[in-house]
Design a protein around this ligand. Structure first.
Ligand code: ADP
Length: 495
C-alpha cells in the first residue's frame, strides 16, 4: 500500500508530545511490513537543513491559499531508523513566513500563534501540491489531529474529483481536547465555498472548528485506544464532539498505540547505567542508585521511588496532585516512606507549585525541563510511575514503565485502562494499581496501597514487575490494525 503520513510533529524532527512518537514509530512499523510509506511535515526552524543533510527538490511549489497563492520550497531526507531495503522518505514543506520561527504551535509568550489556522491550512493544501509535484498519488492520506484535519476536507470536497480519485483519507484523533477552534474569518484561507463551512462540519457556535470538519469528512477515523474510542462517544469525555463521533460510529475505532522498542528497551538503552531484563534485574537497582544521585536524594535501595514525567497541564491530573493547599503530593511525601521525582514543564502555576514543594519536602525532587535521557533514567530507576490523568487517549509512559519493570499507578481511564491490570491482593495478579475517581484522596490512597504492598508484599510486587516486562507493546500488532482500517476505507470507495 502507498501511504502518505501528514503530521505537524514527528520524532526526531519536532516533538511536542506522544503524537510525534506515534507518527514515526507507526511509519517505521508499516515500512518494515513492506508498505511504501512517505511522510510530510512543516520545516520548522528547529529542523536544520544543513545538519540533517536534507536535499532540496527542484523548483518552488505553488500552494493555493484562499484567492491567492503561496510559494514554498520542499526538502527531503530519510527517516532515521528506516529499514534499509524500504526506507521512509520524509518531505518538509519549507515556508519561511509560516514555519521559520521557534515553536511548533507557539512559544511561551504566545502559546497558540495567532496565524495557526492559516499556517496549518497552508500545510494541508501543500500536501496535495506535493503529491502532484512528485506525480505520486497514495492509496491513503493519513492525517493527524486538528493541524491535519483539513486534509480529509480538501480530499472530499475538491481533490477526489481531480487527481485523487482512488485515494482515501484516514484521520487519527490523538487528543480530543485540542480541536483547532478559531474565528470563522479564518475560513477564507481554505479557499472553500461558504456552503462547505456549513455542510462540511466547520460551523461551531459561529466559530470555525477544524477537527470537527475533519471528523465529518474523513473516510475513516480512529483514536489511539479502544477505551478512549468508547469514552469519546459520551458527553463526559466527548469535548462536545461526542454526538458527531456517535454519528460516525461505524467508521470510528480505537487502535492502541505501540511503543518504539528500539528506543524504549532496558536491554539496550544508552541512558541507563547497565542493561537489564526480567531474568536479571541488577541493572534496575543500578538505575535507581543513579536516579537518586541525579536528583540529590539519599541512596536507599529499600525506599520506593515514585516517578512522574508529564506535560504539566490539567489533563494529566496535576491539579489533584500539585494544586496549592489541596493537592495530594504534599501529604503523600509528608506521610509516607518514599521518594518522589518529577520531570516536566507546563503551566506556570504548576511549575511554581512544584518548586515550592521541593523547597518544603526533603523526599520530593523535581526538574522543570524537557530531557529525553533523564526520562529514560526515571522510567528505569523508579519503582512506581504515577499517571493520575483526567483523560488519557493512549498514554505512552505507562507502557514504557511496564517495559522497564516500573509499576504504574494510574487512573482507570482511556488507554491506561486498556494497558494496565489492577493488582489483586488475593491472587497477586495484575500489573499496576488503579483508581476510578480523580480526587486528591484517591491518589493518596492508591499510592499508599502501592507503597504498603512494596513494604509488606515484596514477592508479589517483584512478580508484578516481571509480568509487566513480558507484555508486548511493540508496534507490529497495531500497525496491522491500521492496515485493516485503511483496507476498510478503500473498499468503500473502490467498490
Ligand atoms: P502526551 O502525548 O499527552 O503528552 P504521552 O504519555 O502519550 O502523553 O506521551 C508523552 C511523551 O512525552 C512521552 O514520551 C514522555 O516521556 C514525554 N515527555 C513529557 N514530558 C517530558 C519531559 N519534561 N522530558 C522528557 N520527556 C517528556
Amino acid at each position: 500500500m502507498k501511504i502518505l503520513m501528514a503530521a505537524s510533529e514527528a520524532f526526531p524532527y519536532a516533538k511536542n508530545g506522544g503524537l510525534a512518537d506515534m507518527v514515526s514509530a507507526l511509519s517505521l512499523a508499516l515500512a518494515k511490513q513492506g508498505h511504501e510509506i512517505r511522510m510530510v511535515l512543516p520545516r520548522y526552524y528547529v529542523i536544520n537543513r544543513a545538519e540533517l543533510k536534507l536535499e532540496a527538490l527542484e523548483g518552488p511549489m505553488g500552494v493555493p491559499a484562499g484567492g491567492t497563492e503561496e510559494w514554498s520550497e520542499v526538502c527531503t531526507g530519510l527517516l532515521p531508523g528506516s529499514p534499509p531495503e524500504n526506507p521512509v522518505r520524509v518531505y518538509f514543506i519549507d515556508h519561511e513566513n509560516f514555519f521559520g520561527r521557534d515553536g511548533i504551535y507557539g512559544v511561551p509568550a504566545e502559546p497558540d500563534f495567532l496565524d495557526n489556522p492559516r499556517r496549518f491550512t497552508f500545510f494541508c493544501r501543500a500536501v496535495f501540491q506535493l503529491c502532484k509535484k512528485l506525480n505520486w498519488y497514495p492509496d491513503v492520506l493519513h492525517a493527524h489531529d486538528w493541524p491535519g484535519a483539513l486534509i480529509p476536507v480538501f480530499l472530499k470536497f475538491e481533490e477526489r474529483q481531480k487527481k485523487f480519485a482512488k485515494t482515501v483519507s484516514a484521520l487519527t484523533i490523538h487528543n480530543l481536547g485540542y480541536q483547532g477552534i478559531y474565528g470563522k474569518e479564518n475560513f477564507y484561507h481554505t479557499g472553500l465555498g461558504w456552503d462547505v463551512f456549513y455542510n462540511g462540519g466547520f460551523e461551531d457556535w459561529n466559530m470555525m472548528n477544524l477537527l470537527k470538519a475533519g471528523i465529518c469528512s474523513a473516510d475513516i477515523l480512529n483514536t489511539v485506544s479502544p477505551n478512549y474510542a468508547r469514552e469519546t462517544q459520551t458527553s463526559a469525555y466527548g469535548c462536545r464532539l461526542d454526538g458527531i463521533l456517535r454519528d460516525r460510529a461505524a467508521d470510528y475505532r480505537g487502535i492502541l498505540n505501540g511503543i518504539d522498542t528500539e528506543i524504549w528497551n532496558p536491554q539496550n538503552d544508552p541512558a541507563i547505567p547497565m542493561p537489564y531484563s526480567a531474568q536479571d534485574m541488577t541493572g534496575k537497582a543500578r538505575a535507581k542508585e543513579l536516579l537518586q544521585q541525579e536528583f540529590g536524594l539519599p541512596p536507599s535501595p529499600d525506599t520506593p521511588v515514585i516517578g512522574f514525567i508529564s506535560r504539566l497541564v490539567g489533563q494529566k491530573g496535576v491539579g489533584e496532585l500539585f494544586g496549592p493547599a489541596y493537592g495530594s503530593a504534599y501529604p503523600i511525601c509528608r506521610d509516607m516512606n518514599l521518594q518522589f521525582v518529577v520531570l516536566g514543564t507546563g503551566e506556570a502555576w504548576c511549575e511554581n507549585e512544584i518548586r515550592s514543594l521541593a523547597g518544603k519536602l526533603s523526599n520530593f525532587k523535581a526538574k522543570i525541563t524537557h530531557n529525553e535521557a533523564l526520562s529514560h533514567l526515571i522510567e528505569a530507576g523508579s519503582d512506581f510511575f504515577l499517571m493520575p490523568s483526567r483523560y488519557e487517549p493512549s498514554g505512552l509512559n505507562q507502557m514504557y514503565s511496564l517495559a522497564y519493570g516500573t509499576i504504574p499507578i494510574v487512573r482507570n481511564t482511556g488507554g491506561l485502562a486498556d494497558t494496565v491490570e489492577n493488582f489483586d491482593p488475593q491472587t497477586g495478579g495484575g500489573t499496576g494499581f488503579m483508581f476510578d475517581d480523580l480526587t486528591p484522596q484517591a491518589i493518596y490512597n492508591t499510592v499508599a496501597w502501592a507503597v504498603g504492598a512494596y513494604h509488606n508484599r515484596r514477592p508479589q510486587i517483584e512478580a508484578m514487575r516481571k509480568r509487566g516486562m513480558e507484555k508486548d507493546f511493540s508496534w507490529d500488532n497495531s500497525a496491522k490494525k491500521y492496515i485493516e482500517m485503511y483496507e476498510d476505507a478503500l473498499k468503500k470507495i473502490r467498490k
